[in-house]
Design a protein around this ligand. Sequence first.
Ligand SMILES: Cc1cc2nc3c(=O)[nH]c(=O)nc-3n(C[C@H](O)[C@H](O)[C@H](O)COP(=O)(O)OP(=O)(O)OC[C@H]3O[C@@H](n4cnc5c(N)ncnc54)[C@H](O)[C@@H]3O)c2cc1C
Length: 316
Amino acid sequence: MKTLEKTELANLTTMKVGGTADRICFPTTTDELVDLMDKVISKNEPWSLLGGGSNILVSSHDIPGTVICTTGLNWIEQLGPDLLLAGAGVKLPRLSAYAAKLSLSGMEFYEGIPGTVGGAVVMNAGAHGSNTSQILETVTVLNIEKWKIEVLTPKDIQFGYRISTINPTKQIVLSTKFRMLSDTEASIRTRMKENNTARQKTQPIKDPSAGCTFRNPIELNMPAGKILDSIGAKNWHVGSAQVSQVHANFIINLGNAKSHDVCKLMSKLQETTYEKYNVLLKPEIKPLGIFNKSEAIIWTNSDQTANNSFIITNNK
Ligand SMILES: Cc1cc2nc3c(=O)[nH]c(=O)nc-3n(C[C@H](O)[C@H](O)[C@H](O)COP(=O)(O)OP(=O)(O)OC[C@H]3O[C@@H](n4cnc5c(N)ncnc54)[C@H](O)[C@@H]3O)c2cc1C
């Protein structure tokens, strides 16, 4: 198993922000991952999970303990005429392209989402009116508390908008089975292309970002991007972290952004939105690593912190 000591995590995230991890391991099989977790837990070391790093803000401070990066769990298998099995680390565009080649429809919305299968299940990734929960057959997880591999069906998991009850501090997604529908490859590819075109027009896909910063609030009948646009947030910046001009719910890294810049900017967006709409925007982006209290406040009352490895230091 590839293991790197004292390695910067920024390059393993799409936002290109993140400090140095004590150790990062890349298991390539389920057995390797289970052995690794066994060792980490028996030593009582801190640990955290990273998939494609595309919906996460990694702290620019050092990251203690072991980061387990799942991108080596990268296998896809066709189990039946309309059933696909994918390892947790398979990248979503690769999976949708694989399905298209087999004339299997249902994953066209994954085109252009830079995450992995594990991250997609946890976040209930979705786009263009579809989401991950709609195509799931089963999810196999390592349950850390019970120390047991479990096969969950959608009935065992609650899914909401960009959220699920899979808790990455207690459950590691190992693989997922997807129920597909057959269609012609040509029509599947047409839909994928349409999805991509729509994305290119509306999102800053060439800039480093972690996707949508905030979840759409249920209290207002307006997406977070529109809300932020309405407060004039486009181009606001702190250090090298800037609200994208293309889509106000994306924070982009102009080159040298640090996690505290991103946190400050998010905090300013939350405060200004609250003043205008009396609604607290909840981050969609999850934290990983060490944040001080004044940074961590942006996740207060957010479901994203309850279930992520996240260390809060001092009272600053
Ligand atoms: C340009 C851009 C466009 C995007 N567009 C969309 C979009 O249209 N729709 C959408 O839903 N999202 C979108 N995203 C966000 C992101 O790609 C998705 O949320 C994706 O599913 C996250 O997967 P990941 O593997 O990158 O997860 P990470 O960011 O690595 O992690 C996210 C969370 O999942 C946990 N996790 C990761 N792997 C596992 C595992 N195997 N087991 C348990 N927990 C795990 C992590 O600990 C963390 O809590 C976009 C992001 C970018 C940068």
